[in-house]
Design a protein around this ligand. Structure first.
Ligand code: DQA
Length: 151
């Protein structure tokens, strides 16, 4: 594994200021710095990105797939709406770990469904910013073959 992609969807650029009671105080830059230090110590490149636009996320998933590099994905609200992202993940044939800061299952019913989960290797949620660290740890530990995906 030469590189890892951490992709963040809409509104996550406001992390730290946005509803801290739900999402915590850590900024996206602070999360990136922590993950970069871990990746650095393993000699792995980190591509850490955020966009408020669905198409950017689709393109980045496609590119990670073409490079054969794994993805940690917090698609934000697109988690609950984006067939395009599910299709991109299916097509990319690379390992994708879905993460969320909050426990979406303890929130509004419309957050209980994820278009990402059926095509993800696994899901880590509810641990605040630590969800990202746990996902990285899972990737570094091997986290099972992408062939084990159900769809
Ligand atoms: C989120 C959960 C989503 O439901 C929400 O739309 C977000 C953040 C999380 O990390 O907890 O933007 O993905």
């Amino acid at each position: 594994m030469n590189a890892i992609h951490v992709l963040n969807g809409p509104n996550l650029n406001l992390l730290g200021a946005r509803e801290p009671e739900l999402y915590g105080d850590a900024t996206l830059a602070a999360i990136e710095a922590r993950l970069a230090a871990v990746c650095d110590s393993h000699g792995i490149a980190l591509h850490f990105r955020q966009s408020n636009h669905e198409g950017d996320l689709v393109t980045w998933v496609q590119n990670a797939g073409l490079a054969g590099e794994p993805v940690i994905l917090n698609a934000g609200a697109y988690t609950h709406t984006s067939i395009a992202l599910q299709d991109a993940i299916k097509g990319a044939k690379t390992k994708v770990i879905e993460v969320h800061l909050s426990n979406v299952h303890a929130r509004e019913p419309f957050r209980h469904h994820s278009y990402i989960s059926p095509v993800a290797q696994g899901v880590i949620l509810g641990f605040g910013a630590l969800s990202y660290d746990l996902a990285l740890e899972a990737l570094l530990a091997g986290a099972g073959p992408s062939e084990s995906r159900r769809k």
